[in-house]
Design a protein around this ligand. Structure first.
Ligand code: ZN
Length: 59
């Protein structure tokens, strides 16, 4: 994932399961976890943090 701020490649450093997001975005639920798996990314260049649903950006 590229940083939306400066375009650097962001580091994927953590995953979490969001059960509240699952209520809002049922299409993104991972059946193995029973919630939406989110990936936390941090930019090494500018320090920006981004969280996105793992299933959104499977590329
Ligand atoms: Zn950045």
């Amino acid at each position: 994932m590229l940083c939306p701020e400066c375009g650097a490649e962001m580091n994927h450093h953590a995953d979490k399961v969001d059960y509240n997001a699952a209520l809002e975005e049922p299409g993104l639920i991972d059946p193995d976890f029973g919630g939406v798996v989110e990936e936390a990314h941090t930019c090494p260049a500018c320090g920006r943090s981004e969280v996105r649903a793992a299933r959104e950006g499977a590329s």
